[in-house]
Design a protein around this ligand. Structure first.
Ligand code: ATP
Length: 354
């Protein structure tokens, strides 16, 4: 049963503008962590602001915890929606200590309960010893946890997080993805996060909603989304991929493409004549010299830290208009531009995209 229900939500800012959000429908279960993922301008923040009540939809309905918060122009104000917000810059009050910052959202609570609840959430985020410090005396990661504690303090129906990790450096960002997920799960809170970073989305969410031009492209669990992207946009936005046009072979088990025949995964159901394939770089495995099904010359090598990215131009390519194939090679492998490499493609990492 869904806890948050958005039906046919649209938002148009100017009368002649194309919609920032277009007929979006989304059901979220209680306790679920959902991420809206997409490029700049795709409508993520507008969606979050409509759920919070800071922005009014042009059409559609929104229900939170069984209450209609927006329906036919009738809108429940933000403070009555049971929403906790975590902003990109944390928005902590510099002149208040941590305890007071966390107590801020508990205005209607009796004073004693306010303090107890604030201490409870500070314990939940592991910062109970920092109650008397001021925000400037905390690290970025600690400020992030305080912002989350403040959002959780009034026991909201849902926590909304707008790019919560964007102010953190790479190492801290990874730790905070883990910490924030743990805290939300412990608090058993439903949460919606907005990000343009695939790693943030995959690390934190039960399900990811990929958006482009105000329209949902795919809703899926991270693994499914990565393995079976529904269209070219998702395939390219969520990780790197090779997109190939193809034609179904007579055996119905493989596809003719410009690099040669590519075998399909066993569970493949579609029987279309022309298809577009997405082949993840890690689905292309380097083989012993000459023993792989495909062979080509390395056009470019990019050192990626944990692996090397090889851009390989296939020998049997009829024309140069196609992109070279992207493969990952182990860092210890000695590969240079001009080398000839041979590789196989794992059918499990081949997906049909429209
Ligand atoms: P970003 O990642 O850059 O924050 P986003 O995906 O969150 O982008 P939105 O901020 O939701 O995108 O914007 C969606 C579209 O709506 C954009 O074309 C933006 O220019 C437009 N838009 C957003 N707010 C307003 C506004 N107040 N008035 C007019 N247009 C707006």
């Amino acid at each position: 049963m869904s806890f948050i229900e958005m039906k046919n939500i649209s938002k148009r800012f100017g009368r002649h503008d194309s919609p920032a959000v277009d007929k979006m429908s989304l059901d979220i279960s209680k306790g679920e962590i959902i991420t809206l993922l997409g490029p700049s301008g795709c409508g993520k923040t507008t969606t979050l602001r409509m759920i919070a009540g800071f922005e009014q939809p042009t059409a559609g309905t929104i229900e939170i915890g069984g209450t209609k918060v927006f329906d036919e122009g009738e809108s429940l104000p933000p403070e009555k929606r049971g929403i906790g917000m975590v902003f990109q810059d944390y928005a902590l009050f510099p002149h208040m200590n941590i305890l007071k910052n966390v107590m801020f959202g508990l205005t209607k609570w009796p004073t004693r309960e306010k303090k107890n609840r604030a201490r409870e959430v500070l314990e939940l985020v592991g910062l109970e010893e920092y109650a008397n410090r001021y925000p400037t005396e905390l690290s970025g990661g600690q400020q992030q946890r305080i912002a989350l504690a403040r959002a959780l303090a009034p026991k909201p129906h849902v926590v909304l997080m707008d790019e919560p990790f964007s102010n953190l450096d790479a190492g801290l960002r990874e730790k905070m993805r883990f910490d924030v997920t743990n805290i939300l799960r412990k608090a058993n809170t439903t949460a919606i996060m907005v990000t343009h970073d695939q790693k943030d989305a995959f690390a934190v969410s039960n399900r990811v909603v990929v958006m482009n031009d105000g329209v949902i492209q795919q809703i899926d669990q991270p693994k499914e989304m990565y393995r079976c992207p529904k269209n070219c946009f998702v395939a390219q936005f969520v990780g790197k991929t090779n997109l190939l046009d193809g034609r179904m072979a007579e055996d119905q088990q493989s596809i003719h493409t410009h690099i040669g025949k590519v075998s399909l995964p066993e569970q493949w159901q579609e029987r279309l004549e022309t298809v577009k394939l997405s082949i993840r770089p890690e689905g292309c495995r380097l083989a012993e010299q000459g023993s792989g099904a495909y062979c080509g010359q390395v056009e470019r090598v990019t050192y990626g830290g944990e692996y090397q990215e090889l851009y390989v131009r296939l020998h049997n390519e009829p024309e140069l208009s196609n992109e070279p194939m992207l493969l990952y090679a182990p860092v210890e492998q000695d590969v240079e531009v001009g080398h000839v490499v041979s590789f196989d493609i794992k059918p499990e990492l081949v997906a049909l995209v429209d």
